[in-house]
Design a protein around this ligand. Structure first.
Ligand SMILES: Nc1nc2c(ncn2[C@@H]2O[C@H](COP(=O)(O)OP(=O)(O)OP(=O)(O)O)[C@@H](O)[C@H]2O)c(=O)[nH]1
Length: 414
């Protein structure tokens, strides 16, 4: 395992200072000869080196911020393998002894059934309010009215709700459906068709390395999703490299480093400084080490924090200086509980970054599972960005590819 850590003592004093500093680095980076970029971005070769054990002593780790309790090790977790390059950048490797596994931990096909039941359970609040409407009722206008209310309450939005109900009425008429169960089955098909354009297979292997930039608001589940995906990609045989693009929050870096240790993959990190430089290093390191995937975490931010949105654009630009075609994927992680606000988030991040996909987390326990129907309908002018993965919990197995048919069934509690 390769672990890198660039040490810098300078930290941003405040937002204004940080913005000014970023502006100057931005100009440097943008005007620089790409070959000279590492230096322009404040990166020197001596900065990028395998961490020595004693260097970890200087790391600032907030013990209370360690996410140990939020991260379930895979059921088949094994003790740390006796690898020479054990995760030295982790201050206390013993803490990882129970969590590190070399064994791919994503579900085998046989586990598909349990994923479907977790998906159904995760979406049960939406499932009960939508699916529950069909129990012991007659097929009449009041059923359609209740459905309309339930879809709006599930945050499907006005456009999707109208479209779905128009299609359902037509189907009921055409097929002369009189049984509520049949109407429910018809709605399930219509929903699945409606959501199908969002379904897309993640293009692992499209480029080597495939550079994936991850963005989102604070706490959406970016870092956790990266950890789960690292495991997923490894299970598919891809060598993974992670980059801790949140250079401001020590706990965020720590969390990624921890996921790196769990998955036995390298993490590029830096204490303070320019996140674009970390991303740039990561792409180069990924290429040098023939990684299959480089995943770049970024600090959480609100679309209204304009200077932070500019920083995100800059990170993307600088990644492009390391590899013309990169980032190949720009993913927005959204919290499934966010409801209609997710639409505003997608619009804003898409405008800044031209998103290629979504990861929707925390669908467990939400009554707002209809949001994806709103995305598919292009509600409020949102572009129907593909959904690669959905998350229904905190364990490794709880993040899985989005399948429209499965999702539609779970939305109706089936
Ligand atoms: N219930 C549930 N919790 C989740 C899911 N995905 C992530 N979480 C939890 O959400 C919390 C925040 O996740 P993070 O990965 O730290 O979020 P982040 O976007 O990286 O956060 P910042 O770095 O602060 O922007 C953690 O406690 C995760 O375990 C999910 O699908 N379901």
């Amino acid at each position: 395992m390769f672990s890198f850590f660039k040490k810098k003592t300078q930290k941003p004093a405040d937002d204004a200072g940080q913005a000014a500093k970023e502006d100057s680095v931005d100009q440097e980076v943008d005007q620089a000869d790409p070959a000279a970029l590492p230096a322009a971005a404040g990166v020197t070769e001596s900065d990028v080196q395998a961490i020595e054990p004693e260097a970890t002593q200087d790391m600032v780790i907030e013990p209370e911020a360690r996410p140990v309790e939020t991260v379930d090790p895979p059921p088949e977790a094994q003790p740390i393998p006796a690898v020479e390059e054990a995760p030295e950048i982790v201050p206390d490797p013993e803490e990882h002894a129970v969590a590190v596994s070399e064994t791919p931990a994503m579900p085998a096909p046989a586990e598909k059934g349990s994923w479907l039941s977790r998906l159904k359970k995760g979406l049960s609040r939406t499932g009960q309010s939508l699916g529950g409407l069909f129990v012991g009722v007659k097929v009449d206008e009041s059923l359609f009215e209740e459905l309309e209310t339930a879809l709006i309450m599930a945050d499907a939005g006005v456009e999707a709700t109208g479209k779905l109900l128009t299609a359902l009425r037509a189907r009921v008429r055409k097929e002369r459906l009189e049984d509520a169960g049949q109407v429910k089955a018809a709605l399930r098909d219509i929903l699945a068709d409606h959501l199908a354009p969002l379904e897309k297979t993640f293009p692992l292997g499209k480029a080597t390395p495939l550079v994936v930039m991850i963005a989102g608001v604070n706490g959406a589940g970016k870092t956790t999703s990266i950890g789960k995906l690292a495991n997923h990609f490894q299970a598919q045989g891809a060598k993974v490299l992670l980059a801790a693009g949140d250079t401001f929050r020590a706990a965020a870096r720590e969390q990624l480093v921890e996921w790196g240790a769990r998955n036995n993959v390298a993490v590029i990190a830096q204490d303070g400084g320019d996140p674009a430089a970390v991303a740039f290093d990561a792409v180069n390191a990924g290429r040098a080490r023939e990684a299959g995937v480089v995943m770049i975490d970024t600090a959480g931010r609100l679309p209204t924090q304009l200077h932070l949105m500019e920083e995100l654009k800059k990170i993307k630009r600088v990644i492009g200086k390391a590899d013309d075609a990169a980032p190949h994927e720009v993913l927005l992680v959204i919290d499934g509980n966010t409801g209609q606000n997710a639409i505003a988030q997608i619009r804003a991040f898409d405008a800044a970054l031209n998103l290629t996909g979504l990861v929707v987390t925390k669908l467990d326990g939400t009554a707002k599972g209809g949001t994806l129907a709103a995305v598919a309908a292009g509600s409020q002018g949102v572009r129907p960005v593909p959904v690669y993965w959905i998350g229904v919990g905190e364990s490794l197995h709880d993040l899985q590819p989005f399948v429209a048919k499965e999702f539609a069934a779970a939305l109706l509690g089936d």
